[in-house]
Design a protein around this ligand. Structure first.
Ligand code: FMN
Length: 370
């Protein structure tokens, strides 16, 4: 097995695969299962101070199927953790005691209030967590009260709130970006200006999974109604890769945790190649189980051996130089066509025969060569 370890912002991950904030990180019991299965880190389910109102709906998910009935997308209208923050403090302490080498990152969300953000930060840091992820991206429910994506869509707020958290702790801070915005690099740059060590991207994309054609009720249907919710799973991967690429190209060398639709090791490697230095998985772990990390690790190891990479750092961002602009590709295409035409013209001269193998020279002048 290749060496999959990577140091990110001072956090030492045994592999770059991290559980994204959500149900697989919702209490110490499930987080322990993730660590036992081999995940390098876990972002805990987003927490807030105990008096922050959080009332979840049930049911709260809808699956999006293709014609073969495979799940290709997943919608949720789940809020952040409904557990008292005191329970989280106990869980953080317990987990760090039991798994000192695994990276445990607390995900925080609060209202626009410096004192509340700093209290949440200081109390979580005191429990020994390794880093923070700031949830500026929950797309449903909380934005109605000015939290989550309501902050993430406002770069000034992202900068300011990030700076409150950075001021209140001395461990790494990642700000989590919403994809429900025109240019994701703008809030990512604001997070960096606020002192964030890195950003995570993406949270879920606002969506309506479908409509029940018998009842005319949109999906998911809850209490005879519905709300647009956060879309995740395989279908979002192309959008997530594009957004990670945009952040990585806007801020070369900056730490980015890539998220969105990872189902297998190929998908995870694609995020590394786009410039992410860790890869988070939430829906994949919910639908395939915690053990999927074993495929992620063996697939990355095989890929590194095949290409001669000896560290994960060497994979990070490796495909970015191939991106260009449309006009540059047009110029390159024209130059390649011109070079080919000139080569054809040159090979048409009788005094050039004999510079190569005669069968190849014959083939180059043949119109129906296989
Ligand atoms: C059921 C569910 C609950 C989620 N809860 C949170 C949350 O509490 N905090 C957060 O930052 N992201 C949350 N997310 C978003 C995920 O962490 C992730 O950004 C998103 O789902 C895309 O990745 P995926 O396709 O691997 O799930 C949740 C996602 C799902 C599916």
């Amino acid at each position: 097995m290749a060496d999959l370890s990577i140091n990110v912002d001072g956090m030492q991950f045994e592999n770059p695969f991290v559980i994204g904030s959500g149900p697989p990180g919702t209490n110490a019991r499930v987080i322990s299962r993730c660590f036992d299965a081999g995940w390098g880190g876990v972002i805990a389910k987003t927490t807030s101070l105990t008096d922050t109102p959080v009332v979840n709906l049930a049911p709260r998910y809808a699956k999006y199927y293709n014609a073969d009935k495979d799940v290709i997308g997943f919608q949720n209208v789940e809020l952040i953790s409904d557990r008292p923050f005191e329970d989280w403090e106990a869980d953080f302490r317990l987990l760090k005691e039991k798994y000192p080498k695994k990276m445990l990152i607390a995900s925080l969300m609060e209202s626009y209030d410096k004192g509340r953000w700093q209290e949440l930060t200081e109390r979580s840091a005191a429990c020994g967590v390794d880093g923070f992820e700031l949830n500026f991206s929950c797309p449903h429910g909380h934005p109605e009260t000015g939290m989550g994506a309501a902050m993430g869509q406002n770069p000034d707020m992202v900068r300011e709130v990030t700076s409150w958290v950075v001021e209140a702790c001395d461990i790494p801070v990642w700000s989590k970006m919403t994809p429900n915005i025109t240019d994701i690099a703008t809030p990512a740059q604001a997070a960096r200006e606020g002192g964030a060590h890195g950003v995570s991207a993406i949270n879920t994309i606002l969506a309506v999974t479908g409509v029940n054609l018998k009842t005319l009720r949109p999906l998911p249907t809850i209490a005879d109604g519905s709300i647009p919710g956060g879309y995740s799973g395989q279908a979002v991967k192309p959008i997530a890769l594009r957004m990670v690429k945009e952040i990585c190209m806007a801020m070369p060398g900056y730490s980015v945790s890539g998220i969105g639709g990872v189902w297998n090791s190929d998908h995870a490697i694609e995020f590394l190649l786009m410039g992410a230095n860790t890869v988070q998985v939430c829906t994949g772990a919910m639908l395939l189980g915690y053990d999927m990390v074993q495929d992620l690790c063996s697939g990355l190891s095989d890929f590194m051996d095949e290409h001669g990479f000896t560290s994960v750092d060497q994979v990070v961002g490796r495909s970015l130089p191939y991106f260009s602009t449309h006009h540059d590709l047009v110029d390159r295409q024209n130059a390649a066509r011109q070079a080919k035409a000139e080569a054809r013209k040159a090979s048409n001269r009788d005094n050039l025969w004999g510079n190569a193998n005669i069968q190849d020279e014959t083939a180059s002048l043949t119109t129906n060569e296989d």
